[in-house]
Design a protein around this ligand. Structure first.
Ligand SMILES: O=C(O)CCC(=O)C(=O)O
Length: 270
């Protein structure tokens, strides 16, 4: 597979702004068709009352997802941000069906996660073309440089998250609209302020997130006890986290219910 390493300019942009767009495509149109065609088999494992947002860490039990987690092209991008030694610990869907009201309130991922130090990048893989019409993500450039901001219980009843940033802690007017073609990815830092609005359009907006951290990042098992690190590149000199085992079946769900980011370590400082 051809390497798609980040240029020095792209790395600098990420350091300054906390996100990256305009990256080489990870999956071709044909590959995305195949990935989308298989998705219903994963969704079929949901139990009554569950939705796609309950699919968390199923890469641990589904080669369908694990193959994406371990995609060398994605690893090339992550290595440019995190460095040579990193692991993946999370995957989750954010699917907005056409004409739906669900939003993602303004937040910083690191506020929720019981992990230190902050050295995590999210890879957001577009399953559909995503833009301002179907609820694409918005990110505030440079917001990752100001530490963790105060969050409060969400007052947005349609938000899938339970917390949101206090108004006045960031400048919404500065936010950049993410636009991606299916098969492309964006990257964002775990302290970056971001959100996404509802999807009033007739087009689905589905994305799958993967979270990659440097091997020096430790999860607090007392808050997120099922945490498993899957080494992707390099060596783990620190052995701070339990290691995961690759899945053997195409589609399967873990026996545990993964801690959602809303329920995990809330209010950590960093
Ligand atoms: O997909 C979205 O709209 C939000 C995703 C998000 O909050 C994240 O990846 O951290």
């Amino acid at each position: 597979m051809a390497s798609i390493e980040l240029s020095e300019e792209q790395k600098q942009f990420y350091r300054k702004n906390g996100y990256l767009l305009g990256l080489a495509r990870i999956y071709s149109t044909e590959e995305m068709k195949r990935i989308n065609a298989e998705l219903p088999q994963l969704l079929a494992l949901l139990e009554p009352g569950e939705t796609a947002k309950d699919i968390r860490e199923w890469h641990e039990t589904s080669t369908y997802l694990y193959e994406m987690v371990m995609n060398p092209k994605i690893h090339d991008l992550v290595e440019g941000i995190i460095g040579p030694n990193f692991y993946c610990w999370a995957s989750s869907f954010f699917i907005k069906e056409p004409f739906t009201r669900e939003t993602v309130g303004w937040h910083q991922d690191a506020y929720y996660w019981p992990m230190a130090p902050h050295h995590t990048v999210t890879v957001w893989l577009a399953f559909d073309d995503v833009d301002d019409e179907n609820g694409g993500m918005k990110v505030v450039p440079g917001s990752h440089l100001h530490g963790l901001l105060q969050h409060k219980r969400s007052t947005e009843t349609d938000s899938v998250l339970s917390l949101q940033l206090e108004t006045g802690t960031f400048s919404e007017a500065d936010a950049v609209q993410f636009k991606l073609k299916a098969g492309e990815v964006s990257l964002h830092d775990d302290r970056c302020v971001h959100s996404s609005p509802a999807n009033p359009s007739p087009r689905r907006r589905a994305g799958l997130t993967f979270r990659y951290s440097g091997t020096e990042v430790k999860n607090d098992l007392s808050v997120n006890p099922n945490f498993k690190a899957y080494l992707c590149r390099g060596v783990d000199e620190f052995h701070l986290n339990p290691e995961g085992h690759p899945p053997t079946q195409r589609f399967g769900r873990p026996s545990f219910k993964a801690v959602s980011i809303e329920e995990a370590g809330v209010g950590r400082q960093g």
